[in-house]
Design a protein around this ligand. Structure first.
Ligand code: HEC
Length: 126
């Protein structure tokens, strides 16, 4: 009778440990998934970050202001991400004369990658 009790106890103990292990594994998967999501977030953020650098390097601020910082030759770009979609934004940067045939804004001449980053940055201004 005593041996049966001990066996039963051991079985329960084993079950308990096994459940704990499974729980731990679930936690690990969730952590992995979260890290993956955070990872993609970082990629997007760094693209916007790069876009801001392109904006600064290209001298857009000579003519445009964001949050009150920059020139007044062109319109302020606060909230510009709400005005256009990213396709239109890219078109404006490549061919500003489509916006105004006599515009003083020069067309963007950087790489495709920098253009994409710049658009991502402008689209983030909402
Ligand atoms: C020499 C001045 C000048 C520079 C440099 C310049 N822009 Fe412009 N930009 C303008 C002007 C002026 C307009 C308004 C269009 C017009 O009537 O000519 C404009 C319009 C725009 C618009 C559309 C604004 C709206 O409200 O519709 C965007 C977006 C824009 N510029 C982004 C940029 C970015 C990004 C850069 C840097 C790569 C840049 N501009 C460089 C003068 C400039």
């Amino acid at each position: 009778m005593k041996a049966l009790k001990i066996t039963a106890f051991l079985l329960f103990a084993l079950l308990f440990v096994a459940c704990g292990k499974q729980q731990q594994q679930q936690n690990v998967t969730r952590k992995d998934a979260n890290e993956k999501i955070q990872g993609t977030q970082k990629v997007t953020d760094s693209k916007i970050e790069r876009g801001k650098a392109v904006y600064d390097e290209t001298g857009c601020a000579t003519c445009h202001a964001i949050k009150g910082v920059g020139g007044k030759i062109g319109p302020a770009l606060d909230g510009i991400g709400k005005k256009y979609d990213s396709k239109k934004m890219g078109e404006i940067l490549l061919e500003p004369q489509k916006l105004n045939p006599n515009t003083v804004m020069p067309p963007f001449e950087g790489s495709e990658e920098d253009l994409e980053a710049l658009v991502a940055y402008l689209m983030s201004l909402k």
